[in-house]
Design a protein around this ligand. Structure first.
Ligand code: GRF
Length: 205
């Protein structure tokens, strides 16, 4: 167990229920991590409000306030770096981070995706899984790389597809499992460390 809690910066774009699960978990010192800041790519979202309610500093960096995507990416990396994170968690963050961000935080940025990678990458994992007709889908926590949901896999969990599922009911069931997987995996990364060897991620020394 490290001698201090791991510093987490969490990036969000929406309702922030994954963030909330992390905030709840970090209330217990035994969890081994604290959320030191929450960033977003847009204003007025519940994810930011969740952080503000518990006194966690927030910041917003919008793509449209920059000349180009690379400028946004560089500034986002600067804003994250201000909080000296050990681990960056993309929790429903609906933007791809770029070269500069990965140069600084590659290997220690994780993202959660509501499908079982490598199936159904992109913005519509639950919809695409449902349309394909799979009977089992789930969620994936991965170490972010330059691709779309292609990074090395930290953890996965399955969710069965019901005959009467809609995109919404399926996504909601996935999100319950996703939050538990995120909390469990990030806690283990914080307490035990991790190694990335090619595509293989191992938790613990
Ligand atoms: C999660 O299912 C995440 O994987 C997906 O969007 C959802 C975000 O949910 N990209 P929330 O904002 O954490 O509630």
């Amino acid at each position: 167990m490290p001698d201090r809690p791991a510093r987490l910066v969490v990036l969000v774009s929406g309702s922030g229920t994954n963030l909330q699960a992390l905030l709840d978990a970090t209330a217990d010192p035994a969890y081994g991590a604290e959320v030191v800041a929450v960033g977003a790519d847009r204003d007025d979202i519940e994810g930011l409000a969740r952080a503000e309610r518990v006194g966690v500093p927030t910041f917003v960096e919008r793509v449209r306030d920059h000349d180009d995507r690379a400028g946004w990416d560089r500034t986002l990396a600067d804003r994250v770096a201000d909080h000296e994170p050990d681990l960056v968690v993309l929790a429903g963050f609906m933007k791809l981070v770029g070269e500069d961000f990965l140069a600084r935080f590659g290997g220690r940025t994780v993202n959660t995706h509501p499908a079982l990678s490598p199936a159904f990458p992109g913005m519509h994992g639950p919809r695409d899984a449902l349309e394909y007709g799979v009977k089992v889908t789930g969620c994936t926590l991965f170490v972010v790389d330059a691709g779309v949901d292609t990074g090395a896999i930290v953890a996965q969990e399955t969710v069965g597809v019901a005959d009467d599922d809609t995109v919404e009911t399926l996504h909601e069931r996935i999100k319950v499992v996703e939050r538990a997987l995120l909390v469990d995996s990030v806690g283990r990364m914080a307490r035990e460390g991790w190694t990335v060897d090619g595509r293989r991620v191992r938790l613990g020394g």
